[in-house]
Write a protein that binds this ligand. Structure first.
Ligand code: EPZ
Length: 423
């Protein structure tokens, strides 16, 4: 357990560059299992989920090592790969699900115990399984684990996802690269991280068109080589720094991340009264802390290009002190706002009822002892603490380090009074 201590009331100044995106890096690491030559992923942040992925790759027989900021992988022959994903690694992160398709294709079978990750409400994997079954996989449920086998090669299909799941689109994109013939994925997720995976696979030799639109077409069975690839910058980390500036006031430049990757969030901050000045891949943000933020916001989190669900708790943290009530509705996750209890402990008046968070606004926040309920909820509590009077002790049972290499260090570098200690 780490405790992050934040004393609010300091404005933030300086510039900060988000690292490579967690939600790009994790599928890319799984995708390297499909490659017949070494790969290098450049600028990979030291996240707990990256460490878990490296452990998982090694556990199934692949070779992956960190070299400074990069991760280097070696191709693994099918006979050295094992399709048994250890329970502790599967349960440590949701992204263990990204190993289903590569191991099914390369090792011939895969057993995945229940994937872990943030508890945001039910997170079934039915679309992943339905798509793989349509490609010819045999799917069996063994208690809380799923077992997949294939007798011959997977075959290309025309498959419609019942909703644009990011994870299922990634699974089926990976499987389609190995399947015989053409796969058409309809109703696919359009998130930038899906495009990034397609970019990586294309650079390795895959033939993929339409990534970033709801219809992706893959010509399968191309031998994939290796590549040196730099993942996208982390748009959710960029939004986190922007939210921190909005809560605390000051002047901050977020560099190295195109504003369109978190455009909906920047638009929201502008509506609240934050000055936003985009300049290439830099966004300069400024806010006078003496002037209240504008509330009265109605936000709807949904799949790309809508307001991102991962930024919904961050938006909530910004709105706690705004001059009027606001409401956020999350279409994707049934329990996105577990951070509301922490906000309330800090003096906010807000109510989470299912997918809806209602925020009274006008709160005078004070420091409190709070616990990170999940990754983005934990980051949101840190953002709220920047605007609170006094000191907040944010206990983190390991969620925040799954998505930010050093959030307390990042905030301190911008001038926040913030430090982390074990225990
Ligand atoms: C990815 O999760 C991200 N995680 C999440 O990031 C992000 O919140 C989410 O996409 C939405 O953008 C990673 O990329 C590792 P989904 P994923 O499948 O793939 C339902 C973070 O903090 N669904 O698009 O799990 C599901 O229950 C996080 O970085 C099914 O019903 O998201 C949810 O309601 C957490 N059946 C909705 O779809 C399925 O088979 C969206 O989930 C799959 C999903």
């Amino acid at each position: 357990m780490q405790t992050i201590t934040i004393t609010g009331g300091q404005t933030l100044h300086g510039q900060i560059r988000p690292a490579g995106a967690k939600n790009s890096v994790l599928p890319l690491l799984a995708a390297t299992l499909l490659c017949g030559a070494p790969c290098r992923l450049c600028g990979v942040p030291r996240l707990a989920d990256v460490d878990t992925s490296l452990a998982l790759l090694r556990a199934v027989g692949a070779k992956a090592v960190r070299k400074g900021a990069d991760i280097c992988t070696q191709p693994a022959a099918p006979e050295v790969l094992c399709g048994e994903i250890p329970e502790a690694l599967a349960g440590a992160m949701r992204s263990s699900v990204f190993y289903l398709a590569p191991l099914l294709c390369r090792a011939g079978s895969v057993r995945l115990p229940l994937p872990g990750g943030c508890r945001l409400g039910p997170r079934p994997v039915d679309i992943h399984l339905a798509g793989l079954a349509a490609m010819g996989a045999q799917v069996e449920l063994e208690g809380e684990a799923v077992m997949l086998r294939r007798l011959g090669p997977l075959r290309g299909v025309d498959f419609t996802l019942r909703l644009p799941s990011v994870g299922a689109t990634i699974t089926l994109l990976l499987a389609a690269c190995c399947a015989q013939g053409t796969t058409v994925l309809r109703g696919a997720a359009c998130e930038p991280e899906v495009c990034d995976l397609a970019g990586f696979l294309r650079a390795c030799g895959a033939q993929i068109t339409g990534a970033g639109t709801p219809v992706i077409v893959v010509q399968g069975r191309r031998a994939l080589g290796g590549v040196s690839y730099t993942p996208l910058p982390d748009r959710i980390a960029a939004a986190t720094y922007a939210a921190a500036l909005a809560a605390a006031g000051g002047q901050v430049a977020v560099t190295g991340c195109l504003p369109q990757y978190y455009g909906a969030f920047l638009h929201f901050l502008q509506d609240c009264g934050v000055q936003i000045e985009p300049d290439g891949d830099t966004v300069r943000l400024a806010r006078d802390p003496a002037r209240p933020l504008r509330g009265g916001q109605q936000l709807f989190a949904n799949a790309w290009p809508a307001f991102a669900t991962d930024t919904a708790p961050l938006a909530a943290a910004v709105l706690l002190r705004a001059d009027a009530p606001s409401e956020i509705y999350d279409h994707l996750f049934a329990d996105r706002f577990a951070c509301a209890a922490g906000f309330a402990a800090m003096g906010a008046v807000c109510t989470a009822a299912g997918r809806r968070l209602t925020i009274a606004g006008g709160a005078r926040l004070h420091g409190a002892a709070v616990t990170a309920p999940d990754l983005r909820g934990g980051a949101a509590l840190a953002v709220a603490a920047l605007a609170a009077e006094g000191t907040t002790q944010l206990r983190d049972p390991g969620h925040i380090r799954r998505g930010y290499a050093d959030l307390p260090g990042d905030l301190a570098a911008l001038g926040a009074v913030c430090r982390a200690a074990a225990g």
